[in-house]
Design a protein around this ligand. Structure first.
Ligand code: F3S
Length: 400
């Protein structure tokens, strides 16, 4: 693998212990994936932030990198943590967990990482342009960056994303290369798509279909006339979860779709497929028992928060209702008066975190959400039953 003089200096330790370790990780990855060279990256997003996932071993690795002088060379933000960093007591987080989570955040901060914890960094300024090489880790954000923004990233692990931050490089393989971004399967959508729940369900159908094939395909979707940012982020989270996909093209909507003709092999998605996917995630035994309501997987945009405020105006929620978003978006909500309305209704902002990465196993029985990804992980990780509802109906569920 070709390395520039600067990259060789990083590898030899001339730029410090942590930079050497980082370049070793990237060179090993490059060798495994037969990359010919490194590419400079302009943006990094790191997953592996919740202490619930990292554990003591992960924290030790981060502390070593910080002690070794590691410093982020490009804009780097974090995925959600296990708690609201400023307001964890309001979420009922155990103080011992909070202390460990704060040590994780502190280690990242020492390395010059922006400790804004969110899976939608593109909503608050970590927004790469078309064609930029980046190194992101969160699966839904990776899919959004490649598909909707036209930036280029593989799905990084926590260590390789940190290594990219500390070196400003990533190995040039996979989705960094033109030839790996071509679609190979046309998906003709004949179902009606109305809201974020429907786009999530579409991601389930397409993801499952591709997951069952021997060779992974990049789908080229046709028949979708419009899609909002919120609908696309829902689709990205879902197709990444159910199909392990890091990229798709959507005719007339995503920027690289115009470069390709639709592939010959075609999958048709009908209304019945979508309805079946919705039923498969709506695994709930009794209408009275939803005890946890959460919106914001992926993290909410200001428009979604505005809608929640409209629906909650002058009302009172009867269940634990988490509104999960990033701190910068929450600050906008504060200034626009939405936070006051939502909190007066008894709902709780869970900033920096989400219903999947927070350590809440066993605290609730059944979750209501509009997110197919949350259904998957809340069931698998936290053992919750799930109600998979349209966005507005999730808010209504909190009011019952
Ligand atoms: Fe984001 Fe948590 Fe969902 S990280 S995509 S809100 S599982």
């Amino acid at each position: 693998m070709y390395l520039t003089q600067e990259e060789r200096q990083m590898l030899s330790g001339e730029r410090g212990r942590a930079t050497r370790k980082a370049m070793e990780i990237l060179a090993a990855l490059g060798t495994i994936y037969e990359a010919e060279r490194m590419v400079p990256v302009t943006s990094v997003q790191i997953a592996g932030v919740s202490f619930d996932n990292l554990g003591e071993a992960g924290l030790e690795f981060l502390s070593e990198m910080a002690d070794g002088g590691g410093q982020a060379r490009v804009l780097t933000t974090l995925n959600p943590a296990g708690m609201d960093i400023e307001n964890w007591r309001a979420l009922g987080i155990d103080p011992d967990f909070a202390r460990d989570q704060e040590r994780v955040i502190e280690a990242y901060a020492r390395m010059g990482v922006v400790t804004t914890c969110s899976c939608t960094p593109y909503l608050f300024g970590n927004l790469p342009h078309f064609g930029e090489h980046i190194a992101w880790a969160e699966s839904s954000a990776v899919c959004y960056a490649n598909s909707v923004l036209g930036a280029r990233t593989n799905r990084e692990g926590g260590p390789s994303a940190l290594a990219a931050a500390l070196t400003g490089r990533t190995p040039a393989y996979g989705l960094h290369l033109d030839e790996n971004r071509r679609p190979s399967l046309t998906v003709r959508v004949e179902a009606k798509l109305t809201d974020t729940r429907d786009f999530g369900a579409l991601g389930v159908v397409v993801g499952r279909a591709i997951e069952s094939r021997q060779v992974k395909a990049i789908p080229y979707l046709r028949g979708i006339l419009t899609a909002t940012v919120d609908q696309l982020k829902s689709f990205c989270a879902s197709i990444a979860t159910y199909g392990g996909l890091a990229m798709f093209h959507m005719e007339g909507i995503t920027p690289e779709s115009a470069q390709f003709a639709p592939p010959d092999e075609t999958l048709v998605i009908e209304q019945a497929d979508l309805d079946e996917a919705i039923c498969s995630l709506d695994v709930f035994s009794s209408d009275d028992e939803v005890d946890f309501v959460s919106l914001g997987c992926p993290h909410l945009s200001i428009h979604e928060i505005q809608r929640i405020a409209e629906l909650l105006q002058g009302k009172q929620v009867c269940k634990t209702f988490w509104i999960t978003t990033s701190r910068p978006v929450k600050r906008i909500a504060d200034q626009m008066g939405y936070t006051a309305v939502i909190e007066a209704a008894g709902a709780t902002f869970a900033v920096d975190t989400c219903c999947v990465v927070a350590p809440i196993k066993g605290r609730f029985k059944a979750l209501a959400t509009d997110s197919a990804k949350a259904c998957y992980y809340a069931g698998a990780k936290n053992g919750f039953e799930t109600r998979f509802l349209p966005f507005d109906e999730v808010v209504e569920e909190a009011l019952k």
